[in-house]
Write a protein that binds this ligand. Structure first.
Ligand code: MOS
Length: 734
């Protein structure tokens, strides 16, 4: 009876977004709002010797300047800074806590003024004297100090020995630079102080309840005195998973002045937050002459801050993708005087699978084997790390459908063999993989007698389409037209939710809605069965359905009553239920999404300019709730993969430890002219094991492997193998 799930439903919040009625964190107002501006450090390591704010304070309209010396009281234990997304190792950053400087761009003072121009100007008048210490920000200069942080997965057999004995070998080093998320919306917080002194915190975040716990912990506030809201998020991609420093600063201002305060970071200040860490990967692959893999070794060295240990699974994806008798993985970290890295769309996989998939392409060249054929010969039906089967894995079908849509069979394997005028044409491919996760989530449904439902959850919609998929699922489960469903989210006072991330939200919230709707149906059935001569007498809850504003017997639709009648007879005008779903741990299966990406590039032979002219991305991600928003997710990810391959790179001037291109003019991202034909295919993947509705999530799978497919296509076009990203034209013609 599903009528919205699985269809290309337009965003229910689309009109609000394009007409500007959707409000973002920095847009909420309050009477007598105070505007804040941040002063950031210009050194990378040391301490603040002296702060002179007198010139700023003397400026007309400046209300106060907060520093570590006069800020409101804050927690002095790490536990006070509790954050569900914090790395396991280390101690979280505390904004304006003491005189220590841990990275360039660290917030060190907050100017509070009557308008934003005054605040920003006054911030330039705050004078800081530092005691500077020697800093290190260059990963390549710190490799000798890198240490092993985790054994991602146990080794299988003796990979070194098997590699040495392999008939065909490839051993290569790959580099991925620092990347920043660069969401359109700047990080912002508006703290609105009510007449009762309670605070409503409008914050740009992927997790309102995470921020709520955090600010209550940092400032020792009672949960009931703070409410965190984030109804709309203008892109985040992981940057909003952890509470960012502007929420602490805005809270400090509001507590100090007992007034409402707004703080919007500037674009360059956004480069003082988390980022995708630079990584160096060494991948060694050994195979028999027929392509049978004998040995896989992947070693990663990534960067972290001096105060937290951030690491993700960069190295062990091959065990899920490719059958190999032996394997070894290693993950190392080097500490640098930088802010802690953070999750950024498909953390670990975007970088680690890039290296793996380029290495597989190089091995295929060495084997004189088609790169797709190599992947088929080493296809793995089990997660070899845990020796588990998959809940479902339609990767083979992704390869087949993707190759067919792309025309892969017409590829001439020789590099530089295909041409279009002055451009060399290259075709490359790669595999993508991500996790299918789900987290405890609660929803509330209020169904009223007029046939309208409100469904609510504290989760976020970071642009991924959560409002819409929640409305679709609720409409189907309650048997209502989608226009009769209102969705509320992004409010810490709503039912429990984790941060929105990890591609887990669609599956989690859909099951919470289904479970809550079950309870609503049960209650309605109870009321209906109390009606004299009830046509539903004797039926159990799973023998009835909600459909077209009626409650009806599954097997005999004519045995039905309208919801309005049920509620009228029951003497109620609404039925309200809240339900938390938790997902049973399943250690017997691997749960993953997969993709096959095929890319065509055209490279100007003289100038080295690369155009990605065609991409086909075939994705297997279980049941797709909304084929329109999901395709948009994949397309956006592919665009980001193009950026990763060709454009994106945060550059630090290591002499100063400062980001040189802290703006989106010099930090290059793909623009319209860089994006051509992108085709998204969703491969059928029925799966009743991963969860009852068979949903896996698509937020992250779309980026994994794309950069490798582009790099592999560039090799095919030019005969030149560039292993360090981004592949700028100097590396092609140099
Ligand atoms: Mo995603 S990096 O979990 O927002």
């Amino acid at each position: 009876m599903a009528s919205y799930i699985g269809t290309p439903t337009s965003r229910v919040d689309g009109r609000a977004k394009v007409t500007g009625s959707a409000q973002y964190a920095g847009e909420f107002g309050a009477p007598d709002l105070v505007y804040a501006s941040v002063v950031t450090s210009t050194i990378s390591r040391g301490r603040i010797a002296h702060i002179d704010a007198s010139r700023a304070l003397a400026l007309d309209g400046v209300l106060d300047v907060l520093t570590h010396e006069n800020r409101p009281k804050m927690a002095n234990t790490d536990a006070g800074y509790s954050d569900e997304v914090a790395p396991e190792g280390g101690s979280p950053f505390r904004p304006l806590y003491d005189d220590k400087i841990k990275f360039n761009g660290q917030p060190i003072a907050l100017v509070l003024a009557k308008d934003s121009e005054t605040a920003r100007f006054a911030a330039t008048l705050v004078h800081i004297d530092y005691d500077e210490e020697k800093h290190a920000t260059d990963l390549h200069a710190r490799l000798d100090k890198a240490y092993v942080v985790e054994k991602p997965d146990k080794p299988r057999g003796n990979a070194a020995k098997a590699f040495a004995a392999s008939a065909v070998r490839h051993d290569g080093e790959y580099f991925t630079p620092i990347e920043h998320h660069n969401p359109m919306e700047l990080f912002a917080t508006t703290v609105v102080r009510g007449g009762d002194g309670k605070l409503t915190v409008f914050d740009k975040t992927q997790g309102v309840q995470n921020v709520h716990r955090y600010v209550c912990g940092v400032f020792g506030l009672k949960p009931d005195d703070v409410r965190v809201m984030s109804p709309y998020v203008g892109g985040a991609f992981g940057s909003g998973l952890r509470p960012q420093y502007q929420v602490v600063l805005a809270m400090q201002g509001a507590l100090q002045l007992k007034r409402s305060v707004r703080l919007v970071l500037t674009r360059d200040q956004m480069y003082g937050l988390g980022y995708r860490p630079a990584t160096i990967h060494r991948v060694a692959l050994g195979a028999q002459k027929d392509g049978t893999l004998e040995a896989i070794t992947q070693e990663a060295i990534a960067m972290t801050s001096q105060y937290e240990e951030f690491s993700r699974n960069d190295t062990s994806w091959s065990a899920l993708l490719y059958k190999s008798a032996t394997a070894k993985y290693e993950h190392k970290l080097a500490r640098l005087d930088v802010p802690t890295p953070s999750d950024m769309r498909a953390p670990g996989a975007a970088t680690g699978v890039y290296a793996l998939e380029c290495a597989m392409d190089e091995l295929a060249v060495a084997l004189k084997l088609d790169p797709l054929e190599l992947r088929l010969r080493s296809y793995s039906n089990r997660d070899q790390n845990n020796d588990n089967p998959y809940t479902s894995k339609e990767l083979k079908e992704c390869y087949r459908q993707g190759a067919e849509a792309f025309g892969w069979s017409k590829r001439n394997p020789a590099p530089r063999s295909m041409r279009d005028g002055t451009e060399l044409v290259g075709w490359g491919m790669a595999t993508g993989i991500w996790e299918a996760l789900q987290v405890p989530t609660a929803t509330r449904i209020v169904l009223t007698a007029n046939g309208h439902a409100e469904v609510s959850c504290a989760t976020s919609d970071i642009g991924t389409g959560t409002y819409t998929v929640m409305a679709q699922v609720a409409a189907d489960m309650l048997g209502l037209p989608i226009d009769n469903v209102t969705v509320k989210l992004g409010d810490s006072s709503l039912p429990q939710s984790h941060v929105e991330g990890g591609s887990w939200t669609a599956a989690s919230v859909a099951h919470a809605i289904a479970a809550t709707a079950d309870q609503i149906r049960g209650e309605l059935l109870g009321l209906a069965q109390k009606m004299p001569g009830s046509p539903l007498a004797g039926l159990k809850p799973d023998e009835v359905v909600l459909s077209d504003g009626m409650i009806a017997a599954k097997k005999a639709a004519s045995r039905s009553v309208s919801l309005a009648d049920v509620m009228r007879h029951g003497g109620v005008d609404r039925v309200e239920r809240e339900k938390l779903v938790e997902f049973a741990e399943d250690t017997k299966h691997a749960r993953n999404t997969h993709s096959a990406i095929f890319v065509e590039v055209k490279v100007d032979e003289q100038l080295g300019i690369v155009r990605v002219t065609r991409v086909v991305d075939a994705v297997a991600a279980g049941r797709i709730i909304n084929t329109k928003t999901a395709a948009s997710q994949i397309m956006g990810s592919v665009v980001w993969g193009i950026g990763m391959a060709l454009h994106e790179e945060t550059l630090i001037d290591h002499k100063f430890g400062r980001v040189m291109n802290a703006n989106i003019a010099e930090y290059h991202v793909p623009v319209h002219a860089d994006v051509h034909d992108i085709k998204v295919i969703f491969v059928e993947e029925p799966d009743s094991t991963v969860n009852p509705l068979g949903i896996k999530g698509v937020g992250e799978i779309g980026i994994v492997g794309v950069a490798a497919a582009v790099a592999n296509a560039i090799y095919h076009a030019t005969g030149k193998r560039v292993r360090d990203l981004p592949i700028t034209l100097n590396k092609i013609i140099g």
